[in-house]
Design a protein around this ligand. Structure first.
Ligand SMILES: Nc1ncnc2c1ncn2[C@@H]1O[C@H](COP(=O)(O)OP(=O)(O)OP(=O)(O)O)[C@@H](O)[C@H]1O
Length: 204
């Protein structure tokens, strides 16, 4: 089943940010959200991931199918790299963390406490967690922040493999990952129109 946004309205801090957002994301596909800073990409991704309710419209095909990775890595600093991944694998009733360790080049860091990793290494570990969720739809907010060119390439490979295995990815990123499969959605066209209140109309 596709992940669908249907006439979706999203708000931040009580203020409508986007409205009428409609798209469909099929398995095997990637959709990249574009738009300038503050356009509403994070707000839309958080809503799609179920972290906040929509203001209007609806979302189909999301239930228990989304793995979300945001700016904050949310790693357990006093657990090692393998312990962090095993913890997440347990949460999602998965077992094998080896493909994730390999895909994100974490082999030499297995026993390191997550709190001692560099920013880019933490990011790699945060993204590796996606693979141990077993969830088909990855929702990613600026996944390449702190990553060097080699790590961006690893990440792009992991997304490509995920799509080839029948997964899907919805992401906000300012950089081109070189994913031929990716479609682009400019959120600017869904910008919410500021409402003129009834009180203001008396002064027109
Ligand atoms: N807690 C908050 N309260 C009120 N407004 C907020 C809050 N957080 C964000 N906003 C505003 O909501 C709007 C949408 O922000 P959002 O983070 O979704 O944009 P974005 O497209 O992801 O931006 P960026 O590319 O900078 O990450 C912005 O105008 C932002 O200032």
């Amino acid at each position: 089943m596709d992940l669908q946004a249907i006439d979706l309205g999203v708000a931040r801090g009580g203020v409508p940010v986007l409205e009428g957002v409609t798209f469909s994301l099929g398995l095997g596909r990637a959709l990249v959200l574009r738009g300038p800073n503050g356009a509403g990409k994070t707000t839309l991704l958080r809503t799609m991931a179920g972290l906040q309710p929509p203001l209007s419209g609806r979302i189909e095909g999301a239930e228990d199918r989304i793995a979300y990775a945001a700016h904050a890595d949310g790693l357990k600093s006093m657990l090692s790299v393998t312990e962090n991944l095993s913890f997440w694998a347990d949460v999602f009733a998965q077992r094998d963390i080896e493909p994730a360790i390999k895909a994100f080049d974490l082999t030499g860091l297995r026993t390191r406490l997550a709190g001692t990793l560099s920013a880019g290494q933490k990011r790699r570990l945060g993204l590796a967690r996606l693979m141990v969720t077993g969830r088909p739809i990855w929702v990613l907010d600026e996944p390449t922040v702190s990553l060097d060119a080699a790590s961006v390439a690893l990440f792009a490979d992991a997304v490509r493999a995920h799509l080839q295995q029948g997964g899907a990815a919805l992401m906000a990123t300012h950089i081109d990952l070189g994913l031929n499969e990716a479609e682009v959605l400019d959120v600017g066209k869904f910008r919410a129109v500021p409402r003129v209140s009834a009180q203001d109309e008396a002064f027109l």
